[in-house]
Design a protein around this ligand. Structure first.
Ligand SMILES: Cc1ncc(C[n+]2csc(CCOP(=O)(O)OP(=O)(O)O)c2C)c(N)n1
Ligand SMILES: [Mg+2]
Length: 280
């Protein structure tokens, strides 16, 4: 019997594959993050977000802000899947004059709403955008995607307070909890649990879900959009870095992965085999 979310699983597979192919172009990159977030991005771009691939700046679009700009490769893979970027452009990833630089730049890439990467800024911008859209009676949602390292930034919590104060029901924050930062496990660097209670006490509608379980991710997006109160919404996604490629899942210090030349093809072959097995 076909998996009930077969189309979304296939989208997540293609997003992982695009990310690995871009990684191979440069020989290194934030590939573990892209693999870890692929299921979330598949649901975002194939189920939840309203957008027009041929008109990335359409005023009615939902805004997807990549606060963690170093995850650009993950968003490019999603924009390729969404048809906002053409597939042949993938080969230019990270090269001079490419529209796909290694860190996200709003002025370079269609579908890249902000130049993220100075961590902890995305949510502050998202609050302003959500307020502005509400002012203009524009019913679009603002999604702010952020990493667990950004929970260490004071600006994140100032923005969280403001969003609740203004009752921003058009704001959805996605947190990628991969328990990794540049210097090691997030929980060892600056403990942030219990996160559900923290966000709730800041006045948010909170869900926590397995970010690598397509059905759970889809249900969380649906509940976030349909929540009836005028409250900002956050989904805390627990994810596994490198998800879908076992030898990358197990790699230590996978914040920035250097993969040997022959391992990219090996990773793609494993992913393909897994996906074929899923569909059988
Ligand atoms: C304000 C700010 N401080 C420090 C950095 C340097 N930096 C880049 S990535 C990173 C790790 C942050 O944690 P997270 O985004 O959770 O890492 P990942 O999950 O990608 O390993 C840091 C500290 C930065 N980009 N911005
Ligand atoms: Mg992290």
């Amino acid at each position: 019997m076909e998996h009930p979310h077969a189309a979304l699983k296939s989208a997540a597979y293609r997003i992982r594959r695009f990310a690995l192919r871009m990684g191979e172009v440069q020989g290194q990159g934030y590939v573990g993050q892209a693999l870890g977030m692929a299921d979330i991005l598949a649901v975002a771009y194939r189920h939840a977000l309203h957008y027009r691939p041929e008109a990335p700046e359409w005023e009615g679009r939902d805004r997807f802000l990549l606060s963690h700009g170093h995850y650009a490769i993950a968003l490019y893979a999603a924009l390729l899947e969404a048809g906002i970027l053409p597939e042949e452009e993938l080969e230019t990833y990270g090269s001079d004059d490419s529209r796909l630089p290694m860190s996200g730049m709003a002025t370079y890439t269609p579908g890249m709403e902000i130049s993220g990467g100075s961590l902890g800024q995305g949510l502050t911008i998202a609050v302003g955008m959500a307020l502005g859209l509400r002012q203009k009676n524009n019913p679009a949602f603002v999604y702010n995607s952020m990493s667990d390292g950004e929970l260490d930034e004071g600006s994140t919590w100032e923005a969280a307070l403001s969003a609740a104060h203004f009752g921003l029901g058009n704001l959805i924050t996605l947190v990628d909890i991969n328990n990794q930062q540049a210097d090691g496990p997030s929980t060892k660097i600056l403990g942030f649990e219990p996160l559900v209670q923290k966000w709730e006490s800041f006045g948010w509608y909170v869900q926590r879900a397995d970010g690598n379980d397509i059905a759970a991710v889809k249900a969380a997006f649906d509940a976030a959009r349909n929540h009836p109160q005028a409250q900002p919404r956050v989904i805390l996604f627990d994810t596994l870095m490198g998800s879908g490629v076992p030898f990358l899942e197990q790699r230590d210090k996978n914040h920035f992965i250097r993969v040997e030349a022959d391992e990219w093809q090996q990773a793609i072959a494993l992913l393909d085999a897994n996906h074929a097995g899923d569909q059988a």
